[in-house]
Design a protein around this ligand. Structure first.
Ligand code: AMP
Length: 195
């Protein structure tokens, strides 16, 4: 199974991704997670990405595209994968289509967890406030300002890309405002799966 999961920051994408990778036994390729790991390890790539991430801005396309291309040729990604957080704008989607054609790995579904931007903002700010109150901010890029910027970038860059994908035969629209189990069930109805 090869899945591409779209959704804004705080859309529940990470939660559904973890269910899906377990269910299908596929690697979870999250560009955000890879970048955070690179940062924690202090690599050159991590250093390059740092400023952008802390501002809630997108890391330059070429950096991300190379990073994903390297990840997709690893052994565990040959039987399937779930892409989370990539592509995030039109140029990245064009680069991905080219990349998949080259390695002959067409995707099965483009899943879009649709949550209105205003709801994303409310959800994300509440989460940031809760985390601050308990002083347990888990991610250095989870300040209220960064979150608002991420939602803005989603509206400006990611939604226009999704608009183009909407007419694709493999595009699946999921109402992301439903509860977590309802979203999981809706995904299963569309793509199959048991639990
Ligand atoms: P995420 O965990 O997906 O919200 O990503 C966290 C941060 O990593 C984003 O705010 C961006 O700075 C960076 N990032 C992750 N994926 C991408 C991408 N596909 N293109 C550009 N930047 C990205």
């Amino acid at each position: 199974m090869r899945l591409i999961l779209f959704g804004g920051p705080g859309s529940g994408k990470g939660t559904q991704a973890s269910f899906l990778v377990k269910e299908w036994g596929i690697p979870h390729i999250s560009t955000g997670d890879i970048l955070r790991k690179e940062r924690a390890q202090g690599t050159e790539l991590g250093k390059q990405a740092q400023t952008y991430m802390d501002q809630g801005a997108l890391v330059p396309d070429q950096v991300i595209v190379n990073m994903v291309a390297n990840r997709m040729v690893e052994a565990d990604a040959q039987q399937g994968w779930l892409l989370d957080g990539f592509p995030r704008n039109v140029p990245q989607s064009l680069a991905l289509e080219k990349m998949l054609e080259k390695i002959r790995q067409p995707y099965n579904y483009l899943l879009f967890l649709d949550v209105p931007a205003a709801t994303l903002q409310d959800r994300a700010l509440n989460r940031a406030k809760e985390a601050a109150a308990q002083s347990e901010q888990k991610r250095s890029d989870d300040t209220p300002e960064t979150i608002l910027k991420r939602v803005h970038v989603y509206e400006q860059e990611t939604l226009p890309m999704i608009e183009i994908y909407k007419s694709h035969p493999k595009f699946v629209h999921i109402d992301g405002t439903l509860s977590i189990p309802e979203v999981t069930a809706a995904i299963q109805r569309q793509i199959g799966g048991e639990s």
